[in-house]
Design a protein around this ligand. Structure first.
Ligand SMILES: Nc1ncnc2c1ncn2[C@@H]1O[C@H](COP(=O)(O)OP(=O)(O)OP(=O)(O)O)[C@@H](O)[C@H]1O
Length: 264
């Protein structure tokens, strides 16, 4: 792969209110450092896309934001959320993930009914009232644009849904906890174009209520749905800007080459 100057960076700052901010994030898998310089501020109620070639550290960085790396890596640096450094041993990670939810690449509903996929975590967090649970199921499925398709079959197995429906159910399951921030790691890469379009339009609706940070391999997807984009290269964030500016006027040579298909 062509080598680029890792000091040649362009990190724009924006006036919007920030939902979460990272400073000097470094990630080590054992002795191997996989991530070197993550200092980014994510605007509230916007979609930010993390793009870059395979192995550039997008997922590693994303997983830091709700402490999903705890068991596999050492993460240094600060992650500021609501005035707290959430990259601290004092933080209750179980509680944190209520505020910062995650949806993975492969739709992974539980082998339970559609209804129970959503109520499972709510009950685990102490919600017992049946009416409240029913309302939360309906609201989450509506927000994830799945209600119209499944409201007559809430007791059917989630495993019988199509891939796109399963992924929207996973989104519904994540937002049932009423998080602030939704992290998505290539949520559409295992889906067909129709399901992908459904997930993308769901995300565009969801940003009215949630801050969304999404890893995607697909540059067209980043430019279709995101407001801001960060370009990752070899464990470094080389460029961060509005999606429009990053794609039309990249400041860094590596970004320019990546978005014009010269590597990756
Ligand atoms: N659990 C792990 N243990 C050891 N090394 C890991 C682990 N997860 C990721 N890595 C390494 O960290 C680096 C960054 O990987 P990461 O998955 O974050 O990149 P990515 O940009 O998300 O790639 P992709 O788009 O292929 O998912 C790679 O060198 C990868 O091999």
């Amino acid at each position: 792969m062509k080598k680029y100057d890792l000091n040649d960076t362009y990190i724009a700052s924006f006036d919007n209110e920030k939902a979460i901010t990272t400073k000097n994030i470094q990630v080590f898998y054992g002795k191997d450092q996989a991530f070197f310089n993550g200092s980014l501020a994510f605007p509230r109620y916007k979609i930010t896309a993390l793009i870059g070639a395979s192995g550039s550290g997008k997922s590693t960085f994303l997983r830091c934001l709700n402490r999903m790396n705890d068991d596999v890596a050492t993460v240094k640096g600060d992650i500021m959320y609501r005035g707290l450094n959430i990259n601290s041993k004092k933080i209750n990670v179980y509680e944190l993930r209520k505020h910062i939810g995650m949806v993975f690449q492969r739709p992974n509903p539980f082998a339970k009914s559609i209804n129970n996929n959503i109520t499972f975590s709510l009950k685990a967090h102490g919600m017992k009232n049946k009416k409240q649970l029913r309302q939360r199921v309906e609201k989450s499925l509506k927000d994830a644009a799945l209600w119209d398709e499944v409201h007559g079959e809430l007791n059917q197995s989630a495993l019988a849904l199509s891939g796109g429906q399963k992924q929207r159910l996973c989104i519904a399951r994540a937002i049932a906890m009423q998080p602030d921030i939704l992290l998505l790691d290539e949520p559409a890469s295992a889906l067909d174009p129709v399901s992908t379009a459904e997930v993308e339009s769901t995300l565009k609706e969801l940003k009215k209520k949630y801050t969304i940070i999404i890893v995607t391999h697909n540059m067209q997807q980043a430019s279709r749905i995101s407001d801001y984009t960060a370009f990752f290269y070899m464990g470094h964030v080389l460029e961060y800007n509005t999606t429009k500016n990053l794609f039309t006027n990249p400041h860094v040579k590596a970004t320019e080459d990546y978005i014009s298909g010269n590597f990756g």
